[in-house]
Design a binder for this molecule. Structure first.
Ligand code: PRP
Length: 187
């Protein structure tokens, strides 16, 4: 297997150093927001894309936190999500009303996934205070009225890979966020 990923990356959008320093800044904002809250804080990572970001963010947060994960899939996705969200792995706990929920995602793109998730958490898990933290925000493609509360980078409408984000399940392990070469996904 060839691990020379330079062949597939057109350019680096967010370097390892950029990501580290942005996570520190965002972590301070999150601490400031939650520090006086009476509720417990649950970081809810959405798999698989959030896995690298979640690991780095939680190490940087100087707050008592719990973590949990859901795996969601958007049927008929192809290059664009459709809004038909399916739970591949859900939460074991039903009542989360005693928690503040911070959803941790790699990217907010069309917004279909998170728009659906916020409503689901309110209806099915009695969540009241739900905030969204993402590594990347691609506002140009937004289809649903949803926005990031704690965001690291706003990016243009490019096909991005790395730091958790995949193309056909590959490249999640890249330590930076890069733009995928057009010839890779158009061939
Ligand atoms: C990605 C990402 C978000 C969603 C964002 O997940 O992790 O969950 O798409 O897109 P949207 O705003 O257009 O809904 P994906 O379904 O690719 O699964 P993965 O995290 O397992 O890669």
């Amino acid at each position: 297997m060839n691990l020379d990923y330079e062949n597939v990356v057109d350019k680096i959008l967010c370097s390892e150093e950029d990501i580290k320093s942005r996570i520190k800044i965002v972590a301070r904002k999150i601490e400031e927001y939650y520090k006086d809250s009476e509720r417990k804080l649950l970081l809810l990572g959405i798999l698989k894309g959030s896995v690298v970001f979640m690991a780095d963010l939680m190490k940087e947060l100087h707050l008592p936190i719990e973590v949990d994960f859901m795996r969601l899939s958007s049927y008929g996705k192809g290059a664009v999500s459709t809004g038909n969200i399916v739970i591949k792995a859900g939460l074991e706990r039903k009542d989360l009303s005693e928690y503040n929920i911070l959803i941790v995602e790699d990217i907010l793109d069309t917004g279909n996934t998170l728009y659906w998730l916020v409503d689901y958490l309110k209806q099915e898990h009695m969540c009241e205070n739900i905030k969204i933290c993402t590594l990347l925000d691609k506002p140009d493609r937004r289809e649903k009225p949803i926005s990031v509360d704690f965001g690291c980078f706003t990016i243009p409408d490019e096909f991005v890979i790395g730091y958790g984000l995949d193309y056909n399940e590959l490249y999640r392990d890249l330590p930076y966020v890069g733009v995928l070469k057009r010839e890779i996904y158009e061939k």
